[in-house]
Design a protein around this ligand. Sequence first.
Ligand SMILES: Cc1ncc(C[n+]2csc(CCOP(=O)(O)OP(=O)(O)O)c2C)c(N)n1
Ligand SMILES: [Mg+2]
Length: 892
Amino acid sequence: MSPTDQSVQVGLEVLETREWLDSLDYVLEHGGAERAGRLLQQLEMHTERSGYRLPFSATTPYQNTIPPSKQPPFPGSQALERRIKSLVRWNALAMVMRANKRQEGIGGHISTYASAATLYEVAFDHFFRAQTPDGDRDLIYFQGHAAPGIYSRAFIEGRITEKQLENFRRELAEGGGLSSYPHPWLMPNFWEFPTVSMGLGPIQAIYQARFNRYLENRGLKPCHQGKVWCFPGDGEMDEPESLGAITLASREKLDNLIFVINCNLQRLDGPVRGNGKIIQELEAAFRGAGWNVIKVIWGTDWDQLIEKDRDGLLVKRMGEMCDGQYQKLFVETGAYFRKNFFGTDPRLLKMVEHLSDEQLAKMRLGGHDPIKVYAAYKAAVEHRGSPTVVLAKTIKGYGLGESGEGRNITHQQKKINDAELMIFRSRFGIPIEDESLHDAPFYRPPDDSAEVRYMRERRKQLGGYLPERKMRAPKLEPLGEEVFEEFYSGAEDRKVSTTMVFVRMLAKLLRDPKVGKLIVPIIPDEARTFGMEALFRQVGIYSSVGQNYEPVDMDTLLYYKEAKDGQILEEGITEAGSISEFIAAGTSPANHGINVIPFFVFYSMFGLQRVGDLAWAAGDQRAKGFLCGGTAGRTTLAGEGLQHQDGHSHLLAYPIPNLRAYDPAFAYELAVIIREGIRRMYVEQEDIFYYITLMNEPWIQPGMPEGAREGILRGMYRFRAAQQKESKLRAQLLGSGAILQETIKAADILQEKYNVAADVWSVTSYKELYRDGNACERWNMLHPDEPQRTPFVNEQLAETEGVLVAASDYVKALPESVSQWMPRPLIALGTDGYGRSESRAALRDFFEVDAKHIVLATLTGLMREGKLDAAAVKMAVTDLGIRPDKPDPFAS
Ligand SMILES: Cc1ncc(C[n+]2csc(CCOP(=O)(O)OP(=O)(O)O)c2C)c(N)n1
Ligand SMILES: [Mg+2]
């Protein structure tokens, strides 16, 4: 084609496009959007039927979802809100700068909030409701790194003192301080959700919204107007947890959920998608998942240009640029902008010829424009039928001047220089004189100033201040023994596993007239593995729509019964989702004032190991409830191999300070622990939660020995005393969970074959012993002249005689962690190593934790004490059938 032919062709195309667009405009005007939509669908179908494949696009053009014609009027005083926002910006900046001047390296972030200020301020002034008309409340997951801005607002509101602000990140300073990020553990009256570990906020927000619906559908929560707002960063969306549950949100039609993603195009090191466009990528993901997507890209300054863009030239150009280029455009001069953005086409240049370079440089982005942000939020809260995500384009470090705005280093910036401070001050109109500027003093207008009065009035209209955390639920009435007492007496007639015992206890709790309704069983997808299917029928599986199909197993007793008021939360195969649901339930007493008692039952290997960071977050936010690690132990789950056999979850429980971890062996131990757990968490309202391992190996459940209760809870008790009182060879055998049975067998062998009198101890919790030992140690160190305290483990063993041997289905580090307080050296047996698939017996032999190895360890201890000679022990090795050349389980 010659150039002339080509231009004729282009001209024709332009004409043809115009005609089609004019027709569409006509339909829109006369038939409305719905008619236009149907028509477009018909066109699409017609094309497909004719055998042509249309290019698929999950995205819409790179422009605002809400056109100016659909924008609601802005209801507040823009001038006052801008003043307030400027003051919040200033104090947020000042608190980080001052903290870093005082103590170099204390950290803090100024650029995240700088980019998000408008996103938060519009919400604080118009949307976040501390109380809704029906008595509900909005729950807000603030972006962790934006914390300075949230503190700064609370300071101007008069909720945080200047002293606290001064002590940002220095909680230990005199007068108290503010935690770096949202930590309910550190600020239990302020923060509700720890969000700074990226990805945990988004997934928790989704499950929070789902859990709110669950409470509503079950009639436990009478109000329903509250929304869940989550503010993630655009970089944060790369975390698998951030996007991992978005289809659940749309499937569940969670229109009580709003994500506002601060798309400043940057993360820590550089651009989020230098070569792509994060907003478009996220739009595709969320639209594809069925969310309502609202893009807020361009500010009001762009409206006129876009309106004049009849041929879509501008929008096309907007779509061509990648984020890396945009990042540069927004920090460059107006002339650069003109040349590099509009300069690609004379028609584009013409569109902006009436604008000076200065005006061009000031063209604001949507995320910094309250009018656009307000329109988006209003549409989001009014939207029904699906969750909404607002994708707001902003500039990282907005307003921080030459060195901070939109630069790759901006995330780490803690300070700006005096000249920049001056520009910032003047740009945002902060009434601080040049002379005092260097110290970046805080500024709070007086209580009777227009700003403070306005913001307080706005908050009053929205039900009060937030964030605010407090215990909103009343204390639970203490439980009686009815549910638990049958487990104290044991059952000699049949073998049952602790998992079976647990399920029976849960079923009884569910039937209890007082707490039955409050129990929340949460299971990813293994109810049948744990023998919990009877609960399907008993209380039903929660489904927001009930059961719209006839279940295939309808004719069986234990069919898969879904119901709108179902009590079981069967989450599907997502441990991250299930523990997020657990956290939502476990924080419900504080967040909703509704006492519910969650029991999250999972394969123990896929708990603390798989979702440890969420468990840590659960502790931080003071979640209550029971994490139940099913099929626990490295040798108990026969045949499942390396990715199922858990020998370390109890070790992983050590670092979470308020997590109480137990490895009970018997029904009565479990009953005592669960009963006490409910008392401490819900009657005493202690901020603790529980990790309990459950096993699937059936055995005879003995009755509870006299006086065992205290020991069960504190970590150990003597389960059985040796019968031969006169023997000179003595041993104390410590066993836990699954391996307690091996310990008992070992004691029998020792008595019968080797004339060793061995007491058997059940260690229910090494962590409790460890905690107690350290507490005594510390107290003793700090109080040298007072009577010294004795660790419980020492108290228990001090009066005993003989060698000490401990065996568990977990790594040796557990018993070794408390051996320092034992009266004599300890020989620890455990399941260090990868293991094999294999049967229980073979695995216990492999790991050297079975009865014969416990016997050998005991004889070895006696030899070390000089009570047996090596020849006797060597003979025992042979007699017991132990191969000295067997592979080392730790290394093979
Ligand atoms: C799980 C996790 N990994 C890494 C970090 C460290 N980190 C803190 S902020 C940040 C960048 C955040 O970027 P973005 O989400 O885009 O937020 P912005 O500050 O740009 O709003 C990183 C990597 C973290 N907090 N959590
Ligand atoms: Mg970012």
